[in-house]
Design a protein around this ligand. Structure first.
Ligand SMILES: CC(C)(COP(=O)(O)OP(=O)(O)OC[C@H]1O[C@@H](n2cnc3c(N)ncnc32)[C@H](O)[C@@H]1OP(=O)(O)O)[C@@H](O)C(=O)NCCC(=O)NCCS
Length: 176
C-alpha cells in the first residue's frame, strides 16, 4: 500500500513509484516501447523488470533525499503512465518528465497530473521555478508545456538524444 498519493479527481491519482508499481510499469513500457524510443533515451536498450526495479530503488533514495518526486499516473485503478520531477531544492528549481500509455493519450490526463504536481512542488515544497525540456520535434510534449502556461525560453542545440538520434531541445520555464 502506498504512503503517498495525490488525488487528481475523476478516479485518477498520482502515487509514488514504489516497488509495487514495477510490474505494471514494466508491462506498459514493453507495450509502448516503439513510441517511447522516439523521445526517451532511457528506452533505448533492452527493458527488464530487474532493471526497472533497480532504477525504482534509485528513485526512492532520491525521493527520501528530496531530490526527486517520481510518480505513477493511476487512472480508474490502473497504472497508465509516469510523471516525475527532479528537484534542486538548493536553488528551488525542478524539472518535469512524463510519458503515458497510448490508450490513455489524448485525454488531458498528463496536463492534469502535471498541473497538480506543479501546485504541490510550489505550495508544499517551496519550488519557485519549473522547467520542461523536450525535443523541438516532440509536438505532443511541447503542447503539454504550452497548455500549462510555460514560456518557451529558448532552444538548446543538439542537447537531446533519443536512441541514436540527436535533437535540439526546447526549454520551457514556468514561475508558478
Ligand atoms: C507527451 C505525452 C505524455 C503527451 O500526452 P497527451 O495525452 O497528449 O497529453 P495530455 O494528457 O495533456 O492530453 C492532451 C490531449 O487531450 C485533449 N484533452 C481532452 N480533455 C482535456 C482536458 N481536460 N485538458 C487538457 N487536454 C484535454 C487535448 O485536446 C489534447 O488532445 P490532442 O492533442 O490529441 O488533440 C504523450 O504523447 C507521450 O507519452 N509521448 C511519448 C513519450 C514522450 O514523448 N514523453 C515526453 C518526453 S519530454
Amino acid at each position: 500500500m502506498t504512503q503517498f498519493a495525490i488525488d487528481l479527481g475523476n478516479n485518477d491519482k498520482l502515487v509514488l513509484r514504489e516497488m509495487w508499481t514495477v510490474p505494471a510499469l514494466h508491462a506498459l513500457i514493453e507495450k509502448n516501447l516503439d513510441r517511447l524510443r522516439q523521445w526517451e533515451h532511457w528506452a533505448k536498450g533492452p527493458q527488464t523488470e530487474e532493471g526497472l526495479a533497480a532504477f525504482t530503488t534509485h528513485q526512492m533514495h532520491q525521493w527520501v533525499d528530496g531530490q526527486a518526486l517520481p510518480a505513477a499516473i493511476v487512472s480508474q485503478g490502473h497504472v497508465v503512465g509516469s510523471i516525475g520531477a527532479r528537484i534542486d531544492s538548493y536553488i528551488g528549481v525542478a524539472d518535469l518528465g512524463y510519458w503515458i500509455d497510448a490508450d490513455a493519450e489524448g485525454r488531458g490526463l498528463v496536463t492534469r497530473a502535471a498541473r497538480t504536481l506543479i501546485d504541490h512542488l510550489h505550495q508544499d515544497r517551496g519550488i519557485r521555478r519549473i522547467e520542461i525540456r523536450t525535443a523541438t520535434e516532440n509536438v505532443r510534449s511541447r503542447a503539454v508545456a504550452e497548455r500549462l502556461g510555460f514560456t518557451h525560453e529558448g532552444t538548446l542545440t543538439a542537447a537531446h538524444i533519443a536512441g541514436d538520434r540527436v535533437h535540439d531541445t526546447a526549454l520551457y520555464g514556468l514561475i508558478p
